[in-house]
Structure formats: structure tokens, C-alpha cells
Design a protein around this ligand. Structure first.
Ligand code: ME8
Length: 520
């Protein structure tokens, strides 16, 4: 058998200066849904998420709370992990930038760039936004020298810094983006990066004097400085790939050959706010280190309330765990992925949340109840041994639509395709009217055969739906699989070929109960 293809996919590592919010949840669920679809397709997936724990913001937030930075990031790492567990995120590693292996890889990376003459000492004069952890030049700034991204005041900086010769990679980067049209997705973000690169690219400050910021990874070539938080953060993707073995003999740490590791990543999934670090700084750093580039970047839009980005500082974020407490995990996952066209912005509203919840209850939940209920009522819970091919053309069409949508990262469309099949199956029930066959089967064996065929078709479709909904609704689909007498949710391939005749099914309670529908 050929080795399954390996797919390494990553979320951003989130700042450990605050609790997880709906924006973080969205990116992480998006990545999880993609990971689950890919695993269903038989791909070997490595899914990375984690926390970004260094930097000035972290340092200031800890002191505001009367904690050490270490205490604050320990607390927050627990909080992020708990959130991902409650939201059923199937990550393979949770990396923290304070992890020992990460500190070693960042140190080795810095040393390598230093040895290759990619880093030089200079003076930085400019403006810095602590919240965004970003440098700005005077001409970038908004009114009253505010940050052009978040509108907060910036601070003037005039100090010795080390710089990475990023400008040297401008042409190579432009060529790479032009030659690989799908490297940055969606296309509007690719155009944005090309627009940014049409201006001269400056070198990147990659350090802070410890006298101003003692919290970070010490530069191996100057013990009085720590690495700039973005430099440290981006390298997390390399650390977790296992490509670099800092204890290897000199020259064999893995920088020359990443075979056998997860590097290069298949896809970095990020929000549009952090496109420049991922599509400009990161590939330039990798080029300078002589490492292969990730195969792609998926940059999604923002959840907004009204016309403002949801953000902690604006105080308008919805707590995903609070929603989960009221509606359950899967409806939150479903809403976020079904409602936002992947790549675009979407507005969070309670009304839309309820509409999406009802879609799950009235279409999928209803189909499951009536299919399993009728099998219990008319066949004593035993699935009839009929071909059950009544919806085969619709199933084939749906599988093609869903797999095309997943390949194009249009996950909202993949989920819409799954829901459409459930809707059609409900339509099939109305058309076939199995209850009339049930009434007449005692006197007419032809009616019994029709009823068998209807039930077998519905159960078979339900197995396919369990596989199709599993990426978005893994918990509920595990429950559904159990009621169908299966020991786990089948993969798409298994579900389409499965023989279900003779299996015992159980209707159980509604999958999506009609409770607490008011979000107010
Ligand atoms: O930027 N809508 O961390 P961060 C959708 N540590 N997604 C949102 C969102 C919203 N309103 N708000 C945040 C950092 N996000 C760095 C990353 S990676 C090497 C370092 C999501 O905690 C989105 O994915 O500010 C965005 O890119 C990320 O959270 C920013 O998280």
C-alpha cells in the first residue's frame, strides 16, 4: 500500500495575554473541520495550535494583573486548551512558545541567520504598537500617531536593534507569489500582498533590548537582547514539525534536509490581520535559513458585530464557551462554519444563530428521528435488507459537490451541500409516504417491499450524512452512529459502501433538542 499523503496544518498561535474568544474559536474550528475532512479522505494529518507567550503585550498584561509573565501564560495556556477540548478540536500538538524545544529551535534559527550574515546591528527609530506587536513608520500612522491597524496610541522607539535583511528577498518573494497562484488564498489577499510588495521592502527589526523588555528568547549572539515576538512566534511552525534537531551534530540539525519531518507545512490558516507576517516575513526568514516554504496560506475574514471587528479591547466579543453552554458544542461549530463564506467577513447575530440551530434541528435532527423512529415502529428497530439505492444519484452528486468545495476551501459550501442532502432525504420521505405502505403491507406484500426499500434508503443516506456532518458536528455524529448500531462514525468512503441491513437502530432523544432558543 502506498503511504498516505502527509498534511501538516496550523492555526496561528494565539496571544496568551487574554482568554480565547470567538475569533480564535473560528480559526481553530475551521482548521479542525478541514483536518477532519482530510482525515476522512485518508490523508495523514498533523494539526498544530498553541499560544504565543512572549512579547511586550504579554509582559505588560502580566504586570497589570500583578502576575509574572510565566504565571499569566501558564494560566492562559490552560484556558486555551480547555476551550479547544470543549469545542472538540482534534489537534495533535498544543505548542507554547515557552516550551523548551521551541526556545532551542528559535535560538538555532537565530544563530544560523547570524552565521549566514542575514542579521546586522543597527539603530531603530520609529513607532511601535504594543497591542498589535508591530512596527510602524511615521507615514503609516493615523491621526495623533495612532496605530493604523487598531487605532491605539503608538510608542516612539529609538534604540539599538538587530535587523534581518528582509529587503534582499523582495524579488524572490514576488516571483514565488506570481508563480504559485494558489499560494495565498483567497485571491484578494494574494493581490493585497503583491500590492504591499510593490513598495520597497524594509529590513525587519528582530530584537529588543532586555533593558526595556526582559521577557523573550535571548539572542545567542548578544545576551542583552531578546528576539522580537513575531520572529519567535512564526518559528513555532518549524519547531512542531520536528525538522530541527538542535542536538544533532553541526550541519545536521535539519536545516539542510527536512525529509522525515512534517516540514514544509501544507497550510497555514490565519486571519486577514496577520497576513503580512505570514506571507512576507515568514517566507523571507525561511529563504534566508535555506528552508522550503509552506505550500499555502489560507487567510480568512473577520467576525464583526455591526461594522466593527470583534475584539477583546472593543469589549464586543461573544464568548464561544458561553454559547456552547447554552446550545452545545456542535451548533456553535456549525454556525461559525456554515454562516461565514470562507475567506470573507461575516456579521455575528443572535437571530442568525437561531436560524442555523433550527436548520440542524428541523432538517438533520428531524430526518434522524423519523428514519430511526420508523425503523423502530415498522421493523422493530432492524434495518431491512433491501438495496436502499433510492437516493444514490443525490448522494453521488452531494459527494462530488462537497469534495470540490473542500478542495477549494469553501467550507460553508461543503456544509451547505451536506444539509441539502438531508433536505432531499426529508423530501423523499414526503414523496414515498412510508406510513401508507405500513398501513397496507399486511394485505399487500408489494407494499412491504416498498417500505423496506424506503427505510433502507433512508438509513443508508443517514450513514452518509453522519460522515458528511462529522467534520462540523463530531459529537452529535458520534451519537448518531451509536444509535445506528455503528461503533464509530464511518468515513465517507465506508458510508457509501456500507451494508446496513440487519443492524439494530435506536431512535433516542432528539439530536438537537428544541430548548433555550432565545439567545437574549
Ligand atoms: O495575532 N474574526 O494572535 P491573536 C475572526 N499571536 N478571526 C479572528 C478575530 C475575529 N474577529 N479576532 C481574532 C496573533 N481572530 C499572534 C499570531 S502566529 C505565528 C502569531 C483570529 O491572539 C484570527 O485567526 O491576536 C487572527 O489571525 C488571530 O485570531 C489573531 O490572534
Amino acid at each position: 500500500m502506498s503511504r498516505p499523503q502527509r498534511y501538516y496544518l496550523t492555526t496561528p498561535i494565539y496571544y496568551a495575554s487574554g482568554d480565547p474568544h470567538i475569533g480564535h474559536a473560528y480559526t481553530t474550528i475551521l482548521t479542525d473541520v478541514l483536518a477532519r475532512f482530510w482525515r476522512q479522505q485518508g490523508r495523514e494529518v498533523f494539526f498544530l495550535t498553541g499560544t504565543d507567550e512572549h512579547g511586550q503585550k504579554m509582559f505588560e498584561e502580566a504586570s497589570r494583573r500583578g502576575l509574572t509573565p510565566r504565571e499569566l501564560c501558564d494560566q492562559m495556556a490552560v484556558s486555551f486548551r480547555a476551550a479547544w477540548q470543549e469545542l472538540d478540536i482534534s489537534f495533535d500538538r498544543f505548542i507554547r512558545t515557552t516550551d523548551a524545544d521551541h526556545v532551542s529551535v528559535v535560538t538555532a534559527f537565530l544563530q544560523r541567520l547570524w552565521d549566514r550574515g542575514e542579521i546586522y546591528e543597527g539603530a531603530y527609530r520609529g513607532w511601535y504598537c504594543v497591542y498589535e506587536e508591530r512596527y510602524w513608520t511615521e507615514k503609516d500612522l493615523g491621526l495623533d500617531r495612532t496605530c493604523p491597524d487598531c487605532g491605539r496610541p503608538t510608542h516612539k522607539i529609538d534604540e539599538k536593534n538587530y535587523f534581518f535583511r528582509m529587503s534582499a528577498y523582495q524579488d524572490r518573494l514576488i516571483r514565488h507569489i506570481k508563480e504559485n497562484p494558489r499560494w495565498i488564498w483567497p485571491e484578494m489577499r494574494r493581490n493585497e500582498v503583491l500590492g504591499f510588495l510593490a513598495q520597497p521592502l524594509a529590513d525587519l527589526s528582530i530584537s529588543r533590548p532586555k533593558s526595556r523588555l526582559p521577557w523573550g528568547i535571548t539572542l545567542p549572539f548578544d545576551g542583552d537582547h531578546v528576539a522580537y515576538v513575531w520572529f519567535d512566534a512564526l518559528i513555532n511552525y518549524l519547531t512542531a514539525s520536528g525538522a530541527i534537531d538542535v542536538d544533532g551534530p553541526p550541519g545536521e540539525e535539519g536545516f539542510e534536509d527536512t525529509t522525515g519531518s512534517w516540514w514544509p507545512a501544507h497550510l497555514h490558516i490565519i486571519g486577514k490581520d496577520i497576513l503580512t507576517p505570514h506571507a512576507v516575513y515568514w517566507p523571507a526568514l525561511l529563504m534566508a535559513a535555506g528552508l522550503p516554504l509552506p505550500a499555502g496560506i489560507l487567510s480568512h475574514g473577520w467576525w464583526v458585530l455591526g461594522d466593527r471587528k470583534m475584539s477583546k479591547s472593543l469589549g464586543n466579543v461573544v464568548d464561544p464557551l458561553e454559547l456552547r453552554g447554552r446550545f452545545g458544542t456542535d451548533p456553535v461549530r456549525w454556525y461559525l462554519l456554515r454562516e461565514m463564506p470562507t475567506g470573507q467577513d461575516a456579521s455575528f447575530t443572535a437571530d442568525r444563530f437561531v436560524i442555523r440551530y433550527e436548520e440542524l434541528a428541523n432538517v438533520l435532527g428531524n430526518l434522524a428521528s423519523r428514519t430511526l423512529g420508523m425503523t423502530e415502529k415498522y421493523r422493530d428497530g432492524r434495518v431491512p435488507d433491501s438495496a436502499g439505492g433510492g437516493l444514490d444519484p443525490q448522494i453521488a452528486e452531494t459527494l462530488a459537490r462537497v469534495s470540490g468545495a473542500v478542495a477549494d476551501f469553501r467550507l460553508h459550501e461543503a456544509l451547505a451541500g451536506a444539509m441539502e442532502l438531508a433536505r432531499r432525504a426529508n423530501g423523499y420521505v414526503e414523496e414515498r409516504e412510508p406510513w401508507t405502505h405500513a398501513k397496507e403491507e399486511a394485505s399487500d406484500p408489494a407494499q412491504a417491499a416498498k417500505l423496506d426499500e424506503t427505510l433502507a434508503t433512508l438509513v443508508r443516506t443517514l450513514a452518509v450524512l453522519a460522515a458528511l456532518f462529522e467534520p462540523a458536528c463530531p459529537g452529535k455524529m458520534r451519537e448518531l452512529a451509536t444509535r445506528m448500531g455503528l461503533d464509530r462514525v464511518p468515513t465517507l468512503r465506508e458510508a457509501s459502501a456500507m451494508r446496513l441491513g440487519g443492524r439494530r437502530v435506536k431512535k433516542g432523544e432528539p439530536l438537537f433538542p428544541r430548548v433555550g432558543l432565545s439567545t437574549g
